[in-house]
Ligand binder design. Structure first.
Ligand code: GTP
Length: 264
């Protein structure tokens, strides 16, 4: 430029979003919606499926674990049940994950988002060595965000909400990555109640104690833990079915990506 400094063209890296959530929370439907939104917003996406047991995907994946490992064969070969088969398939895939990251890296200049779907049983990803290996491989190369999908209509009870948030808190603690809570199915139940509970821990504590008819120092402590937890995350209400909240989702995702860049 005119200042005499060389012009540096900053190459923006894509944001990786790892979508996790309890079985039935709507991960796969949300993935489908995210993929469609990326396309209509004229952004460039790259899509990974890490669920070896899914029979049909509503979206097209660029990289699909099912192309590399056949989980039914893995079950037979290692004499495993369905969960052991999924876990072992993920372990086998994780050993080659540097190749996957290399593939994405080679295309990083052409990509805005990398969307990652995970196995239906959340603990297979969150409590396994391969889940950590895969998360680490991404996080050491790209700004990486974890999206935790909440089944909003199933979290209306304060005690269920608390359990769900403690689980999410465990994920934040374990991954130490920016966390985006996606309150899904807002077409069935609005997430306003959650915003109020997240904003006012005393109101939430009163609701918990009312719900469980169990008043204790433990629930007070847990509410305080969660209060601290909420300060470390972003949230958005979405409906994977109607598409409500997509613009907001990507705005929060971009903020989370920026947080990653400033923190790591
Ligand atoms: P796994 O198969 O365990 O991976 O489930 P999942 O978390 O991928 O959930 P999936 O996308 O299969 O959705 C579970 C159920 O919730 C399906 O019947 C969906 O149609 C429904 N569902 C998902 N998102 C929404 C939503 O935003 N609103 C409503 N009303 N239903 C939804």
């Amino acid at each position: 430029g005119s200042s005499g400094r060389p012009t540096v063209i900053a190459r923006k890296k894509p944001i990786v979003v790892i979508v996790i959530g309890m079985a039935g929370s709507g991960k796969t439907t949300l993935m489908h919606r995210l993929v469609a939104h990326v396309q209509t917003a004229r952004k460039r996406g790259y899509v990974l499926n890490l669920d070896p047991a899914v029979t049909s995907l509503p979206y097209t994946a660029n990289i699909d674990i099912r192309d590399t490992v056949n989980y039914k064969n893995v079950m037979k070969e290692y004499h495993l049940g369905p969960n052991g088969g999924i876990l072992t398939s993920l372990n086998l895939f994780a050993t080659k994950f540097d190749e996957v990251v290399n593939l994405v890296e080679r295309r990083e200049g052409e990509l805005d988002y990398v969307l990652v779907d995970t196995p239906g049983q959340i603990e297979i990803f969150t409590w396994s060595a391969s889940g950590s290996i895969i998360t680490e491989a991404f996080a050491s190369t790209f700004p990486t965000v974890v999206c935790y999908v909440v089944d909003t209509p199933r979290s209306l009870s304060p005690v269920t909400f608390m359990s769900n948030m403690l689980y999410a808190c465990g994920i934040l603690y374990k991954t130490r990555l920016p966390l985006l809570l996606a309150f899904n199915k807002v077409d069935v139940a609005q997430h306003q109640f959650a915003l109020e509970w997240m904003d006012d821990f005393e109101a939430f504590q009163a609701a918990v104690e009312n719900d469980s008819s169990y008043s204790s120092g433990l629930s007070r402590s847990l509410c305080l833990v969660l209060d601290e937890f909420y300060r470390n995350l972003r949230n958005v209400g979405v409906s994977a079915v109607t598409g409500v909240g997509m613009v907001d989702f990507f705005a929060k995702l971009d903020e989370s990506g920026t947080e990653y860049m400033q923190t790591y």
